[in-house]
Design a protein around this ligand. Structure first.
Ligand code: TRP
Ligand code: SF4
Length: 327
């Protein structure tokens, strides 16, 4: 039996290179060795910004197209939607009976959200965000949860919830470990961290005629104003992308040419594009095939959710018995 891995993403719409390198690419790799469960956390999408609720269905389809384009394979992984497995809500409710409010109030992401959004009266759902996440996870008793460092407090809370439940009722939930994804530095076109909200992102869905100019106008080492000025690759966001996509030989040639002003930035970016284009092209091509057939995407999610639900049902039978709800 392969060990199980589970992770999820909120349906924020199409994914960019930062999302791909920070999570998705890692999820794809795990398929070779683990029994993978990946889901779209659409209930979690309601915890902070209700004004975009109407976009959740389209965002779900777009995101699944990105997942499939990147190489997630529904024959190998269970791909599903949170709200199609309503058992998550039931488990969340039962967890809410055993978890002190103070545990949730001290979760750092809760405080950050309140500050970031300037919330005066944060919702019960926002406070419960990490507890719903604990239910998402423990339902499937995974060995690992692949996430970025920002999610570590949520995994720690999940482990505490498991311990507390096991102690209060019956030893049902093994404590999962985070499987940290080492996130490379992925700068956007303006040199800041790549982010949808900065408008500096390169999307997996960008065709070459969209992302080529994004690279060509991308910020470089500010000291290299003229072609004759030598530059420093360590200070250049383009070079951060080289480190991810360009093999060492041509990459080091670019670095040397930069330092000696032997090559121009456009030459350097051309080398990057030589390596970026095929990688993004392959993802986009696969993505494109699916986005033309949204019915197929919905079918994949419906089937995956059925599979996930059968696991969830089995867990909930144990849980209901343990908490005295099995009349
Ligand atoms: N909170 C996660 C994020 O913002 C999304 C998420 C919800 C999740 N439930 C999960 C991740 C369960 C891993 C496991 O990225
Ligand atoms: Fe950046 Fe390349 Fe220009 Fe050097 S030559 S500043 S590494 S884009």
């Amino acid at each position: 039996m392969r060990e199980r891995v589970l992770s999820g993403m909120r349906p924020t719409g199409k994914l960019h290179l930062g999302n791909y390198l920070g999570a998705l690419d890692n999820w794809v790799g795990l398929q070779a060795d683990y029994d993978c469960f990946y889901f779209i956390a659409n209930w979690h999408a309601l915890t902070s910004d209700l004004s975009h609720a109407a976009e959740i269905p389209d965002n779900t389809v777009e995101m699944l197209a990105d997942w499939l384009g990147a190489g997630l394979n529904p024959e190998r992984s269970t791909l599903f939607v949170q709200s199609l497995v309503p058992e998550h809500a039931e488990l969340h409710l039962l967890f809410s009976m055993i978890v002190p409010v103070s545990w949730l109030e001290r979760v750092p992401t809760y405080k950050e959200m309140i500050e970031q959004l300037g919330l005066e009266s944060p919702s019960y759902g926002l406070l419960g965000y990490p507890l719903l996440q604990a239910a998402d996870i423990l339902m499937y008793k995974p060995r690992y949860v692949p996430v970025g460092v920002d999610q570590l407090p949520h995994i720690e809370l999940t482990r505490e919830v498991a311990r507390r439940f096991n102690h209060a009722f019956a030893p049902i939930f093994p404590e999962p470990d985070a499987k940290l994804t080492l996130i490379p530095k992925v700068p956007g076109t303006d040199g800041r961290k790549m982010s949808k909200s900065y408008g500096n992102a390169i999307y997996l869905s960008d065709p070459p005629e969209v992302f080529t100019p994004k690279i060509k106008t991308m910020m470089t080492d500010p000291a290299r104003k003229r072609r004759s000025d030598p530059g420093n690759p360590a200070l250049c966001p383009v070079f951060d992308l080289h480190k991810i996509f360009t093999p060492e030989g041509p990459r080091e040639a670019c670095a040397a040419g930069c330092r000696s002003a032997g090559i121009g930035c456009l030459d350097c970016k051309g080398v990057l594009l030589d390596h970026l284009l095929p990688r993004l092209g392959a993802i986009r091509e696969r993505r494109q095939k699916f986005i033309e057939k949204p019915k197929e995407i919905i079918e994949i999610l419906t089937e995956g959710s059925k599979k996930a639900r059968s696991v969830a049902r089995a867990t909930m039978e144990e849980v209901r018995r343990a908490v005295g709800m099995d009349l």
